[in-house]
Design a protein around this ligand. Structure first.
Ligand code: PEP
Ligand code: MN
Length: 263
């Protein structure tokens, strides 16, 4: 059902006035993790200044180590919703437990399924059973075919509001945290009718590569770019090496705005 052969027209997902998939290009920005109301509100203020309509933030954080910050959970979702409502921003946040999908409906405008859960089939089915857009990230070591099949799990349950997100794959290369598979973007656009985003933060893991990889994503035809922004990345509870501070975010937007396609 996600195949372009089945449905030649692009799927367009409307969130907070943004038409994702209609040929225009947009941004999803926000902190890696929700840490406090003040932290999220500070990022929201910058986002609004830059005309951003969708803010991200992790409440349930899938961390490599069980001893690292695991996120604020439902409290984090509540903070996101409150800030989103105050600043007129749509909210996207990752859900890791199939049982939390229903609960998430009260707080988020887009459900994120993370790389580590791309083949959590029960989670995919639960996300397919609701009527809420889903941003599905490519697994750490998933082939494009496996990625497309994961989206098929969601759509097969009736939810066709799916955004695919390339976020880098694991290769032998250690210069970047993951290897951004930029060619996945046109392949996914050709093979499916779904919008495709590129997460430049988790694919590179390097702040100095965010602008060039985002430029590449826009040039190659991605529907949008996701990136992390934090008021003070040095003290961030997760991903402190690659989140942008507000000055870097300003520069990022100044470089990219002229390249964005509008529709
Ligand atoms: C995230 O976007 O918060 C995240 C954890 O990314 P990924 O699932 O791509 O690693
Ligand atoms: Mn992160």
């Amino acid at each position: 059902l996600v195949s372009r052969k089945k449905k030649p027209e692009d799927t367009v997902i409307e969130v907070n006035g943004v038409r994702i998939g209609d040929g225009s290009q947009s941004f999803i920005i926000g902190p890696c993790a929700v840490e406090s109301y003040e932290q999220v509100a500070a990022v929201a203020e910058q986002a609004v200044k830059q005309g951003i309509k969708i803010m991200r933030g992790g409440a349930f954080k899938p961390r490599t180590s069980p001893y690292d910050f695991q996120g604020l959970g439902v409290e984090g979702l509540k903070i996101l919703r409150k800030v989103g409502d105050e600043y007129g921003l749509a909210i996207i946040s990752e859900i890791v437990n199939p049982a939390d999908i229903e609960l998430a409906l009260d707080y988020v405008d887009i459900i994120q399924i993370g790389a580590r859960n791309m083949q959590n089939f029960e989670l995919l089915k639960a996300a397919g059973a609701v009527r809420k857009p889903v941003l599905l990230k490519r697994g750490l070591a998933a082939t494009i075919d496996e990625f497309v099949n994961a989206a098929e799990y969601i759509i097969s349950k009736g939810n066709d509001q799916i955004i695919l997100c390339e976020r880098g794959i694991r290769t032998y290369e250690r210069a970047t945290r993951n290897t951004l598979d930029i060619s996945a973007v046109p392949i996914l656009k050709q093979e499916t009718h779904l919008p495709v985003f590129v997460d430049v933060t988790h694919s590179t893991g390097r702040r100095d590569l965010l602008v060039p990889t985002a430029k590449a994503a826009l040039a190659i035809g991605a529907d949008g770019v996701m990136a992390e922004v934090h008021p003070d990345p040095a003290v961030a509870l997760s991903d402190s090496a690659q989140q942008m501070d507000f000055d870097q975010f300003d520069e990022f937007m100044t470089e990219l705005k002229p390249l964005v396609k509008v529709n």
